[in-house]
Ligand binder design. Structure first.
Ligand SMILES: C[S@@+](CC[C@H](N)C(=O)[O-])C[C@H]1O[C@@H](n2cnc3c(N)ncnc32)[C@H](O)[C@@H]1O
Length: 276
């Protein structure tokens, strides 16, 4: 574990955090009253938020398993990893291949605190506190250099995190972030992977309401619920794996077809896997 001296290390229990809200939606206990109240408001706008969070985690698990099992991926860089829960990335990957290595990145101080005790189970796992937009710092970090090797299949995960990143035309927006990460992955070797999904809605009112609520509650630690076409653009230059870009419920479900109640009408986590 390496502590990020330049990052916030104290926990503000009065301002909801995306990591802690996500934890509550998944049934976790690492959250505070402010997070639970914000979740209650979110559920009024988007009643399917808990089911969506669970479907997203299930997608993350399937994507990691498929990458490790079918594509020989041994290294994962999990951007916006969230608080430890069940079936974290290293547990899923190491069940397939115990040599899999995982670097978790998050800017939330509670993720750092709990990650230190609950994610770093073995020498093949590290937790870094960083802003996922700081690509150079992440790939140049001592822990990344220790765990991520050249010419070894690697996947960069951006699962349910790009909606936390605002648009920006100074290179800090999500599209530029993916392109920068893709460049670093190319330098590691050919055929590496990027996993992306984020909140989308076809309904402008849902996009507007969720975006406003989350920005207000989290002190602007939030980007935007986007449209499918915008997420599709993040895959520019990548070869998209089957079944393409979809509601994550439909991404290689364990038992197709997935139960109808998992499919949410008003919004979705939408994305897929791209290969460089
Ligand atoms: C909705 S949670 C998703 C967690 C996990 N990837 C999952 O799919 O269950 C988003 C996570 O991204 C983190 N996050 C948001 N913006 C970030 C940033 N700019 N840099 C690093 N982490 C960030 C939050 O702290 C939170 O833990």
């Amino acid at each position: 574990m390496v502590r990020g001296e330049e990052y916030e290390t104290s926990i503000d229990v009065h301002t909801p955090s995306v990591a802690r809200m996500c934890d509550w939606l998944l049934g976790g206990v690492d959250n505070y009253l402010s997070d639970r109240e914000a979740c209650a408001e979110l559920l009024e706008i988007a009643p399917s938020a808990q089911s969506l969070a669970r479907s997203n985690r299930s997608f993350l698990g399937r994507a990691v398993k498929v990458l490790a099992e079918q594509y020989g991926v041994e290294q994962f860089i999990d951007h916006g990893s969230g608080l430890p829960t069940q079936d974290n990335v290293h547990q899923v990957a190491q069940r397939v291949n115990q040599n899999c290595r995982v670097v978790y990145i998050d800017n939330d101080p509670l993720v750092l605190a709990h990650g230190r005790t609950r994610l770093e189970e073995n020498a093949n796992v590290a937790v870094i506190q960083a802003d996922i937009r700081d690509t150079k710092a992440i790939f140049g970090h001592g822990e990344t250099q220790r765990l991520i090797q050249h010419n070894c299949r690697t996947a960069a995960l951006f699962v349910s995190v790009l909606h936390c990143i605002p648009d920006a035309d100074d290179g800090r927006g999500p599209a530029a972030l993916i392109q920068r990460t893709a460049k670093e992955l190319r330098e590691l070797g050919p055929g590496n992977f990027v996993v992306i999904c984020q909140l989308i809605s076809d309904d402008p009112a849902v996009r507007r309401k969720v975006t406003r609520l989350m920005a207000r509650k989290t002190g602007n630690s939030w980007g935007r619920v986007r449209e499918r076409s915008e997420v599709q653009a993040f895959f520019s230059g990548l070869q998209i794996l089957e079944p393409g870009l979809v509601d994550v419920v439909d991404w290689r479900p364990d038992s197709p077809p997935p139960p109808a109640e998992l499919r949410t009408r008003d919004w979705a986590e939408w994305g897929g896997l791209g290969q460089l």
